[in-house]
Design a binder for this molecule. Structure first.
Ligand SMILES: C[S@@+](CC[C@H](N)C(=O)[O-])C[C@H]1O[C@@H](n2cnc3c(N)ncnc32)[C@H](O)[C@@H]1O
Length: 205
């Protein structure tokens, strides 16, 4: 099972709030891809961040596509259920936890995520190395702690697929250790020098 947890990376969340949301929040439909999402903690964290910074009407236009190769065919069920062991939720800021999680009545050591959040996250089993994007009008792609599993050539191919799957000037976030490969230098601009947040440069192949 892919190692992951809620609110894993506060810096990424701050970057989304500061640089990504002011741009994508102006769009009518906001499609986000959490690629290599494991059991869903990453897309659910992003959904909560968006809801915290958006009115309920606009939030209904958000769709978070959560995908993973999901070798044991179980991530979809976990994500659709939206319930997680209470012990794994300790990192969540307490006021957020209170607003979006409630213990399951018949299983109090598990907590269920609020329905408003669950409705925005949709899981698909998907192998990134097939190089077929889940859609081609994405405002943001988050792909963290996944690219390190690939060869340099695979990374270039997957990042090129992301380039074409983003809408005009869409955003991409990858893990800190991933530098943009030479082959794609003109395709993305780095938004801040201290983090791997990129913005698509339009018109490249
Ligand atoms: C360490 S988890 C990262 C989870 C989440 N992105 C995070 O950072 O917390 C890595 C995930 O990448 C997925 N993965 C590995 N190869 C993949 C592929 N070819 N296509 C899709 N997902 C893949 C694994 O199944 C695993 O769930």
């Amino acid at each position: 099972m892919g190692f992951t947890f809620f609110f894993r990376d506060f810096q990424t969340l701050d970057l989304i709030r500061e640089y990504v949301l002011p741009v994508i929040g102006l769009r009518r439909y906001i499609n986000i891809w959490s690629a290599g999402c494991s059991t869903g903690q990453e897309p659910y964290t992003i959904a909560i961040l968006l809801r915290e910074n958006m009115g309920p009407m606009l939030f209904r236009n958000v769709k978070l596509l959560a995908t993973d190769i999901d070798e044991h065919n179980e991530y979809g069920t976990i994500i659709r259920n939206g319930s997680y062991p209470a012990k794994e939720l300790e990192r969540i800021p307490p006021e957020i936890f209170k607003r979006y999680f409630a213990p399951l009545p018949d299983k109090p050591d598990y907590c269920l995520i609020d329905e408003e959040i669950r409705k925005r996250v949709e899981f698909q089993q998907h192998n990134l190395l097939k190089l077929i994007p889940v859609r081609d009008d994405l405002s943001l792609i988050v792909c963290k702690n996944v690219l390190l599993h690939f060869t340099e050539e695979e990374r270039v191919n997957v990042l090129r697929m992301y380039y074409h799957a983003l809408n005009e000037s869409g955003f991409l976030i990858v893990e800190h250790t991933q530098k943009m490969p030479e082959a794609l230098q003109g395709h993305f601009e780095q938004v801040v020098p201290y983090a791997q947040l990129f913005r698509k440069v339009n018109g490249r192949k």
